[in-house]
Design a protein around this ligand. Structure first.
Ligand SMILES: Cc1ncc(COP(=O)(O)OP(=O)(O)O)c(N)n1
Ligand SMILES: Cc1nc(C(=O)O)sc1CCOP(=O)(O)O
Length: 497
């Protein structure tokens, strides 16, 4: 049963040809596992060649649909497509502010059909800019739509970014400009995302197909559906990008004109997932990205990986033959941390084990530790180029699709996938990812060794290991062990991984 917690509204026009509008939106929302509800704003008579007639829904009918849904089926996210009249736009803007804010609102600013027909009233554009954009969690124009919204030609990545920034200045929280029609980009298509605090580009090989009908509607709906299911915006965008990539590869003609993008499920093969490109120069500080891959850990199977907060426990585990460990010390005097890092590094060398240092990358560099483990925020500060050149291995934390792509970009020695289950050990900003996601993340990580972390113990270790990860990182499962239980616990984990 689909829970009430995953209702996604689409507010859009009907496409009698079945490829775009409400019909595409419902297919995409369902494919993501959310529950679609619809508010029909217009009926269009169209096929794969042309739009022959458009009739806007009366304002009375438009209002009635919104009220009926609000009463019984309130949304977790909303996708807005074609709003053909100024009165629908202004009514919806007010309705959203009074009854729906802060529900995520994804606006696909549809104005002209792929076959070139105008779909909205003349003044609708101005009303969208004035009333809707300031409410948008995300606006998703293609190149033609961005040209209309910002009133100048978009013919380069520079003008594209200027256009996106203009929409942010008008009040949009974030903008995703789809590169499907950005032919100057060549064989790679880039979707650019910008918001006040994040900017990135998702790059995919351009799919050569004429069958792209409904791509924009489906993309915006997929994002809304993923957000209705609780994903953060950047993870929703990555998934939608992969969904559309698979949909374009599988798209076929249905009528005699361009066919619709195919609706599959979220694809699992890594080849449908984009690579994350240049956050710089879109955001201020450039992290010192290493030009080459980090030194390898020389196995896909790092095995049991205890994360400990003191050198004594580290030593006991080394004596028991554990070969991958991490020193993770929080809240201690700097001198004590430095001494502990030095000791842990020396012990690692003595036992020929892989000892990673959490957070303290400068000390790891100073004492030439085997490796460092860094979180996504730490990546901004660390001198990654220096670590790479010194041969210090790098492990990176990830908590979702976007962070995983960000980690892959750095070519680290391993990728940590967390948190699998709820854990009281650390306050987490993200949700537990669960086993299905974990399996998928391992697949996308391709040849980079993977480590699962978060809530792992001997009761669930086998099912976590069965997701294909090469290592299980644990804090409590080993840290909370009495000394006389340590050997049996380590043996039990070693039997699993
Ligand atoms: C193996 C492994 N995975 C994840 C983490 C978490 O690291 P980080 O994101 O830097 O958070 P803190 O550990 O600093 O709280 C880890 N330490 N080890
Ligand atoms: C330190 C840490 N990092 C996590 C991440 O997901 O990045 S989860 C986590 C705590 C893991 O502790 P336990 O094994 O006790 O559940």
């Amino acid at each position: 049963m689909i829970s009430k917690r995953s209702i996604c509204w689409t507010i859009a026009g009907s496409d009698s040809g079945g490829g775009a509008g409400i019909q595409a939106d419902i297919a995409a929302i369902r494919a993501f596992g959310a529950y679609p509800c619809s508010v029909i704003t217009a009926i269009t008579a169209q096929n794969s060649l042309t739009v022959s007639h458009i009739e806007a829904t009366s304002l009375t009918m438009f209002k009635a649909q919104l009220s009926a849904l609000l009463e019984d089926l309130p949304p977790q996210a909303i996708k807005v497509g074609m709003l053909p009249t100024v009165e629908q736009i202004t009514h919806f803007a007010l309705f959203y502010q009074q009854s729906l804010q802060p529900t995520p609102l994804i606006i696909d600013p549809v104005a002209i059909s792929a076959s070139g027909s105008r779909l909205t009233e003349h003044h609708a554009l101005q009303a969208t800019l004035q009333h809707l954009l300031p409410l948008a969690t995300l606006v998703t124009p293609n190149i033609a739509e961005l040209e209309l919204l910002c009133g100048h030609p978009i013919d380069s990545d520079t003008s594209l970014l200027e256009g996106a920034r203009f929409l942010i200045q008008l009040g949009a929280n974030a903008v995703l400009v789809k590169g499907g029609h950005a032919h100057w980009q060549g064989e790679q298509a880039c979707d650019y995302f910008i918001s006040q605090d994040l900017a990135f580009c998702l790059q995919q090989p351009r799919v050569c197909t004429a069958h792209t009908h409904g791509t924009g509607c489906s993309m915006a709906s997929a994002i809304a559906a993923a957000m209705a299911l609780g994903d953060p915006i950047e993870d929703a965008i990555v998934q939608a990008n992969a969904y559309i990539a698979a949909g374009l590869v599988k798209a076929k003609a249905v009528g005699s004109g361009p066919g619709p993008v195919a609706h599959t499920q979220l694809p699992t093969p890594a080849r449908y997932f984009p690579s994350l490109q240049t956050l710089w120069p879109l955001i201020g500080d450039t992290p010192s990205i290493a030009q080459q891959a980090f030194a390898p850990v020389e196995t896909q199977q790092l095995g049991l990986y205890p994360v400990v907060d003191n050198v004594e426990r580290l030593r006991s585990l080394l004596e028991l033959g554990v070969t991958t460990l991490q020193l993770r010390i929080k809240h201690q005097a700097d001198v004590d941390i430095e001494a502990a890092v030095l000791q842990a590094t020396q012990l690692g060398n003595q036992y020929q084990a892989r000892v990673f240092i959490n957070d303290h990358w400068a000390l790891a560099l100073k004492y030439h530790a085997y490796g460092v483990h860094l979180g996504q925020e730490d990546l901004q500060q660390a001198d990654l180029a220096a670590l790479q050149q010194a041969g210090v291995r790098l492990g990176v934390s990830t908590h979702g699709y976007f962070e995983l792509l960000n980690a892959l970009r750095l070519r680290p020695s391993y990728i940590a996938l967390g948190h699998v289950f709820p854990t009281p050990t650390k306050v987490m900003k993200s949700r537990p990812q669960g086993l299905k996601r974990l399996r998928h993340y391992v697949q996308i990580s391709a040849n980079v060794p993977t480590v699962a972390i978060g809530g792992i113990n001997l009761d669930n270790a086998t099912e976590v290991a069965n997701c294909g990860v090469g290592s299980l990182a644990v804090v409590r499962a080993v840290g909370d062990c009495e000394s006389d239980q340590l050997a049996t616990t380590v043996e039990a984990f070693n039997r699993v991984i």
